[in-house]
Design a protein around this ligand. Sequence first.
Ligand SMILES: [Zn+2]
Ligand SMILES: [Zn+2]
Ligand SMILES: [Zn+2]
Length: 83
Amino acid sequence: MCHRHLTFKTSSLCGHLIFTEGRDVDCQETGCYISSLHPRNCAAISGRARCQCRRYYTRPERVIEQNESLPTKCPGCSSRSTT
Ligand SMILES: [Zn+2]
Ligand SMILES: [Zn+2]
Ligand SMILES: [Zn+2]
């Protein structure tokens, strides 16, 4: 199923997670409306009035790159310490 792939790194200053990258993962299934392999004329092929394929993203996949830390504070901490 299609989902978002979210990459986080740890801040070496505050220890919190920092979001670094997000991308869409395509499930490559024809029965998924979001997938790039979903046929444009899906409804016609399946003989339905309209496409009834699923068109939602499942739970995002969070990947934390433990061995790579960033020398900046996370957005939460940096906004709090701008005095
Ligand atoms: Zn999909
Ligand atoms: Zn469809
Ligand atoms: Zn923080």
